[in-house]
Design a protein around this ligand. Structure first.
Ligand SMILES: [Zn+2]
Length: 441
């Protein structure tokens, strides 16, 4: 990324440092920011008419946030016993006829493409691919629950009139997983997924506006199997009741194959959207004739629990932009440390510090005197969590004078100590800039 980060023209989301401080200590106070406007101003993402509406691309700073978020999710999933897979974004039309998407969900799907006498479609969800991955090997009850996760692409043929920014897109990167389990394991797996969602929200500083039990409504949108719906709804109701979370049941919001728990967020205008879901599905295991070998040696049907922790990466990043107004927690910030040499004399020291940051895995840049007075450079770098000022005294002693984004100016300290501390805070994925003290491993 060019060194121009701190000086590029951007309409300020914060007019002064008090406003920025508010974001570090009292997040979610209104007003939230418009992610479409801020995303472009901060150089996070953009669109091009030649690529098409609803098909944003990610600029380097936005790609850093996305990558960091994806790694956080993969790490959380690995710790929770998920196994990651990759599967293609295309599938034959027949696959979606079997899954039920073709008859229940085709309004949201792209038209099929003719390919050598076959029809293939951009997938509207990852479930059918994961069902086939499960089916490709035989499974004993001892392997269950089998948790299959993927951060994968899917497509939705949104009308161009409703597209905007990252919240309504036609190409979606979904944080998805399917847990293949026995009937007895469904409640624990669904509850575990709900807990993972809660932990991720705490780490990311996301506050849900409500939990919703989404039930089927009238009409032919839903698979007709009353007993299946009754059992799945009873299980999710039980999970919600035991979680202690307040929730409301809403008809007409279920997936076509089953009821779901939806975790709702809101944007600055109060518009609600679903970010995370936990679903119980008896339908697709039946459709794909999935089975496992039970302790009795016989074939049994597993249940599929579908779950997403942060939903689509696009919607999650849009929400983070709105919540933080560009002042991201240090671990997510595109630039974590801006190094400010007071004069040209300290420029070599500043550049050396940026290299040390890179070796420690920290994202740092120099903003030198060619970009203006120190005061102007401090203001220009106001969204960076840490500014490291190097004057003659600091350069002589291999020290830095840190300024935190919330306005605190710390006494000069050894550069190695400052970087180690920042590295620990970033590794801990905390939303705190300096406290509480992080234990060195
Ligand atoms: Zn699914």
């Amino acid at each position: 990324m060019p060194r121009g980060f701190v000086v590029r023209s951007l309409a300020s989301p914060h007019t002064n440092r008090e406003e920025t401080a508010m974001h570090d200590h009292a997040r979610h106070d209104r007003p939230m920011h418009d992610h479409r406007k801020l995303g472009r101003e901060l150089g996070l993402f953009d669109t091009d008419p030649l690529i098409g509406s609803g098909l944003p691309y990610w600029l380097p700073d936005g790609a850093v946030i996305r990558h960091t978020l994806e790694e956080y999710i993969r790490d959380a999933e690995r710790r929770a016993g998920y196994r990651h897979v990759y599967s293609p974004v295309l599938g034959k039309r027949e696959l979606y006829e079997i899954s039920g998407h073709w008859s229940h969900y085709s309004d949201d799907m792209f038209p099929p493409m003719d390919l050598g006498g076959e029809q293939v479609v951009l997938r509207p969800s990852l479930c059918p691919h994961h069902a086939l991955i499960y089916r490709s090997r035989s499974h004993s009850y001892r392997e269950l629950p089998l948790r299959v996760a993927e951060l994968g692409g899917m497509y939705r043929s949104e009308l161009s009139g409703v597209l905007g920014g990252l919240t309504r897109v036609r190409a979606i990167q979904l944080n998805d997983a399917h847990i293949f389990c026995t009937l007895d394991q469904v409640a624990a797996e669904a509850a575990g997924a709900l807990e993972m969602i809660g932990r991720a929200y705490a780490a990311l500083g996301i506050r849900p506006v409500r939990h919703r039990l989404s039930l089927p409504g009238a009409g032919g949108k839903y698979v007709a199997a009353p007993e299946m719906w009754r059992r799945a709804t009873a299980m999710l109701t039980d999970v919600l009741d035991r979680s202690g979370l307040p929730y409301e049941a809403v008809e007409g919001e279920a997936a076509f194959y089953g009821p779901k728990i939806d975790v709702q967020i809101a944007d600055g205008a109060g518009r609600e959207a679903t970010l995370s879901t936990v679903q119980v599905d008896f339908h697709q295991p039946e459709q794909f004739d999935l089975h496992y070998i039970g302790p009795d040696g016989g074939r049994h049907r597993p249940v599929m629990v579908h779950r997403s922790i942060i939903g689509s990466v696009e919607r999650a990043v849009a929400h983070l932009i709105e919540v933080y107004g560009g002042a991201f927690p240090a671990w997510l910030a595109p630039t974590q440390v801006v190094v400010l040499p007071v004069t040209e004399s300290e420029l070599p020291r500043a550049e050396a510090l940026v290299r040390r940051c890179a070796e420690l895995g920290l994202r740092a840049e120099v903003s030198g005197p060619e970009h203006g007075s120190l005061g102007a450079r401090v203001r220009a770098a106001r969204l960076a969590p840490y500014q490291a000022v190097i004057g003659a005294k600091e350069a002589a002693g291999d020290e830095v004078a840190l300024r935190l984004r919330d306005g605190r100016a710390l006494d000069a300290m050894p550069a190695a100590e400052a970087l180690a501390r920042i590295g620990d805070l970033v590794a801990a994925r905390t939303t705190d800039l300096w406290e509480p003290a992080v234990q060195r491993a």
